[in-house]
Design a protein around this ligand. Structure first.
Ligand code: NAP
Length: 245
């Protein structure tokens, strides 16, 4: 692998499994030193130990202000700065409007919107001082096209797009870039809950006729994190095999 991100300090939230783990793995392969943050600190540490390259596991709840502040401070202390933040942590609580509870709605909106906002705010404090940094927010095609049963999730993921653009405009002249990715259907523990019928029906709607792998999201994150994307900010990249274009 190349040293595209050689020596850079990167944080990935929700990175003990799924897309986040793939992102952490690929960033480390490109030379980054990665702080793997997840609710379960032991799982995060085990994930870090399994990565070829420099990585550390950290317990962090992205909805908690002090926890996110500690995550950023810890990364700066461990790796001498913060160059990349990937706001990836996420949950689903799918239900129709008739069955969705207020708790289901608030939980999803809080993890995705408050979590991403706390991350952007804490990381940008460090990055604007350094006059460099790249923040990548994981939205979803659900936030572009809307999915039945996901009024909470689609709203939160669309909100991440607005937040990305607003933060990109605030931070551009400080040398900090903020972009978002909208993955389509990706094979992870989050989507393993789908029935085989629902999975097949969704795959049939994808022009490329297959779900994506977590590494296919991670590779786009590596690009946005690197200097290859030095003139990109406020962009929203669809990585969906053509679904929802
Ligand atoms: P996943 O396998 O469920 O992984 C998400 C990780 O985030 C889990 O380890 C989870 O921990 C952690 N997490 C949840 N709440 C957290 C919190 N408050 N603080 C810190 N960590 C937290 O999901 P995934 O499929 O990899 O999804 C990753 C991101 O991609 C999410 O933002 C998701 O919405 C987005 N996405 C996924 C797909 C897809 O098809 N898979 C498509 C579009 C977008 P627990 O397991 O303990 O809850």
């Amino acid at each position: 692998m190349t040293g595209l991100l050689e020596g850079r300090s990167a944080i990935v939230t929700g990175a003990a499994q799924g897309i986040g783990l793939a992102i952490a793995t690929v960033l480390a392969e490109h030379g980054a030193r990665v702080s793997i943050a997840d609710l379960d600190g032991e799982k995060a540490a085990a994930a870090a130990a399994g990565i070829a390259g420099e990585a550390r596991g950290v317990a962090c709840d992205v909805t908690d202000e002090a926890s996110v502040a500690g995550l950023v401070t810890g990364a700066v202390e461990a790796y001498g700065g913060l160059d990349v933040l990937v706001n990836n942590a996420g949950i689903t609580r799918d239900a129709s409007l008739r069955k969705m509870t207020l708790e289901n709605f608030q939980a999803v909106v809080t993890v995705h919107l408050q979590g991403t906002w706390l991350g952007i705010r804490a990381a940008s404090e460090v990055m604007r001082e350094a006059r460099a940094g790249s923040i990548i927010n994981i939205s979803s095609m659900s936030g572009k096209v809307g999915n039945p049963g996901q009024t909470n999730y689609s709203a939160a993921k669309a909100g991440i797009v607005g937040m990305t653009k607003a933060a990109a405009k605030e931070l551009a002249h400080h040398g900090v870039r903020v972009n978002a990715i909208q993955p389509g259907l990706i094979r992870t523990p989050m989507t393993e809950a789908m029935t085989p019928e629902a999975w097949a029906a969704t795959e049939a709607t994808i022009p490329m006729r297959r779900a994506g792998e977590p590494e296919e999201i991670a590779n786009v994150v590596a690009f946005l994190a690197s200097d290859l994307a030095s003139y990109m900010t406020g962009a929203v990249l669809e990585v969906s095999g053509g679904r929802g274009m």
